[in-house]
Structures are given as C-alpha cells and as structure tokens.
Design a protein around this ligand. Structure first.
Ligand SMILES: *[C@@H]1O[C@H](CO)[C@@H](O)[C@H](O)[C@H]1NC(C)=O
Ligand SMILES: *[C@@H]1O[C@H](CO)[C@@H](O)[C@H](O)[C@H]1NC(C)=O
Length: 362
C-alpha cells in the first residue's frame, strides 16, 4: 500500500502553489512509511513480515536470470528450508545417518533388474501418487523386473509429528518408502543422494541397474529398457543421462546453486550427469559411497556424484541417443514422448497425461 502511494507521486503535475504542501506531505509520508516498516519488523506480526519479505523477494526476482520453469522445477524438488544456506562444513557420508523406514527385504523378494530411486519431500504425496499410478506401477518391462521406491528424510516444524504419522501410514499401505534420519532440505540433497547410494549398496546389491529419478519426471520404461538391454552396454562402471560438461561453479551468493570456495575450490565441475534422472550400473553405489570418504561434500548433488566418479576413474557415458534424455520439452506430443527416455513434467497431473498419451499409442 505504502509503495502505491509513493509511486503515485511521479504522476502529479507540478503546480507551484501546491508544491510546498506536496513536499511536506511527501516527507511526512516517507517518514511514516519507514516507521511502519520498522514497526512491522520489530513486531514480527506474520502479516506485516510477510509483506516485507515479499517486497524484497519481488525486487530480487526481477534480477534473477533463471527461467521461470527451471525455478519452479527447483522448487518442486525442494523440501523445507532453502534459505539461508549454511556454508560451513556439512557431512554427507551415509554412515552418519540411519534408516527409519527401511524396506530391507524388498530386493530379496523382488529381485529387480532395475531399481528406480525417487527422492521426494515428505509432503509431496501427490507426486508419489502420480508416479505410483503411472510408470512406477510397472513391475515387468520386456520381461525384466523393475522396482520403484521413494526416498525421504526428516521433516521439522510445527506439523512434523503429524506428517511423520501419515508417512508411516502411507508406508504400511504401499511398502515403497525409504526414510533416513537427516533433515530434508534443498541444501541437504547431497546427503539424500548418498543415503540412497548406501541403500542400494547394502539392501539391493542384486539389481543390475539403478536410476535416480526426480519426482517430477516422466520415464518411458520401454525405451529405457531397450537401452539397458543393448548387448554392448556395459554392466559395470556405467552411468548415463543428460551430460554436463565443463560447468562452472556458481559463486554468486544469490544463486540457488551457490557453492563457496571453501566447500569446492575448483572453478569447474568434472563431467557429471544432470540430477533430474541418471541411470547407472548397480556396482557403482558401493564404489561411490566408498569414494565419498575422500571427496569433501558440497551441496550440488549431481556434481558431487561427478566428483566421486572422477575419484574412482569412471567417466559418464554419452548414451547411444543423447536426445532421449530430455529436460523440458516445449509442448510435447505423443510422437516425441514415445521416443524419449526422460522428460520433466510440470506437475504430477502432467506425468499422468504423458503416460496416458504414450499408453494410448501402444
Ligand atoms: C497398478 O496397476 C494395477 C493393474 O495392473 C491396478 O490394478 C492398480 O490400480 C494400479 N495402481 C495404481 C496406484 O494405480
Ligand atoms: C542437513 O542435515 C543435517 C543432519 O540432519 C542437519 O543437522 C542440518 O540442519 C540440515 N541442514 C539443512 C540446511 O537443512
């Protein structure tokens, strides 16, 4: 409201007679507005605080050179707190954490050829249900067994106890959740990935391949399986997806991808595979967990996997048809979706749409 009055000032035609009044009025208004802002901050009333924070945010947003979709996407995979990012050392090695919900018999029972591990925030039940009702509901593809599991951390805050109870209920119903005891947040995604690798190494060594898939992805399982069943495809030391070469480390503190020199001193990342979806031979989880003891952790999970791969001397592979690993597709048609392996969906509903559209064709 205050801003509205201030900006109305620019539209007044200067009339010498009233100029003096306007000046005085204006100074008074500025003083009043400033005092109001100070009061709002001091009293921390949620309403006032919200307005102030929003004002700051709306000013910042304009200077951000990030596409809105990408920004939204980052939000959708985010859990609780994103700000402020603590830049001191944090510990990613999975030996620091343990599983609270742990389907440790699952792989013994099912003996999957491919396991899909989907990191998801605790409250994103809609995303889980979209996957459960589409590609995550498949059990065999081209004669090979597949398994989809969701990985969550701990939630903190007012409703956390209730959220935890609901999660446990959901787990009893679906038996497809893994929960570890680290605090879930965007900053902690590296922990989430390493805990996932630990689970694969210790609870599912019999699988041939695994895939880390974000919860807003459409996966075309037929095309993925065709790739994995190619006779020449290595079943060891293999990882592919959307490759990232020569990526500079972001040193802009305002960026979501900011990494301090303290956490990662080099200016570039080693080649890595974009975190939205990467598929790898299932010998790698154990090797990565082992390697991570010697690779200082930082908060960009996919680049961190790249650093661990470098440590063990494994280079991410270019897939036979790299155009199958897509990120955002502009207005994807049946025709395109039937060719891809991965693409980002803009909502859980869109995962269902994509899936139905491909199902109708086949
Ligand atoms: C999974 O597929 C089966 C049949 O193949 C169906 O009965 C079941 O409802 C599906 N599950 C979900 C969550 O849609
Ligand atoms: C990351 O996880 C650790 C371990 O649970 C926790 O102490 C820390 O607060 C978390 N950091 C953020 C930013 O969530």
């Amino acid at each position: 409201m205050a801003i509205g009055i201030l900006s109305a000032r620019c539209c007044l035609t200067p009339d010498p007679a009233s100029m003096h009044h306007i000046k005085r009025g204006f100074i008074l208004l500025v003083v009043l507005t400033l005092s109001l802002l100070v009061v709002a901050y001091i009293y921390h009333s949620p309403y006032n605080h919200f307005n102030v924070v929003n004002l700051i945010k709306s000013c910042k947003t304009e200077s951000l050179a990030v596409s809105k979709d990408f920004w939204n996407k980052m939000h959708s995979t985010t859990s609780i707190s994103t700000n402020p990012v603590p830049q001191h050392q944090y510990v990613a090695h999975p030996s620091n954490y343990h599983f609270i919900i742990d389907e440790h018999e699952k792989c013994k029972q099912i003996n999957p050829f491919v396991v899909f591990m989907v990191p998801v925030a605790l409250y994103q039940r809609e995303a889980r249900n979209a996957i459960r009702s589409t590609w995550g509901n498949e059990t065999t593809v081209q004669g090979k067994t597949v398994l989809t599991l969701f990985v969550v951390g701990l939630t903190v805050g007012a409703d956390s106890e209730k959220a935890q109870q609901q999660l446990e209920e959901e787990s009893r119903q679906h038996r497809d959740l893994i929960q570890s005891n680290f605090v879930d947040s965007y900053f902690n995604l590296t922990i989430k990935t390493m805990v996932t690798m630990d689970w694969l190494a210790t609870r599912c060594p019999q699988a041939t391949f695994s895939m880390k898939v974000d919860s807003d992805m459409y996966i075309n399982l037929e095309n993925l399986m065709t790739l994995l069943l190619r006779p020449e495809l290595p079943r060891q030391n293999y990882i592919t997806g959307f490759l990232m070469w020569d990526r500079p480390v972001i040193r802009n503190k305002k960026s979501r991808y900011y990494v301090s020199e303290e956490l990662y001193p080099d200016t570039k990342y080693p080649t890595y595979v974009l975190g939205v979806a990467y598929v790898f031979s299932n010998d790698l989880p154990k090797k990565l967990v082992e390697a991570s003891k010697d690779v200082a952790p930082f908060n960009i999970e996919d680049a961190y996997i790249g650093a661990c791969l470098k440590q063990i001397g494994v280079k991410p592979s270019r897939s036979p048809d790299p155009s199958q690993f897509r990120t955002y597709m502009k207005d994807p048609k049946h025709h395109d979706l039937s060719k891809v392996i991965t693409t980002i969906a803009r909502s859980p509903k869109q995962i269902v749409e994509f899936w139905k559209s491909v199902k109708r064709q086949t």
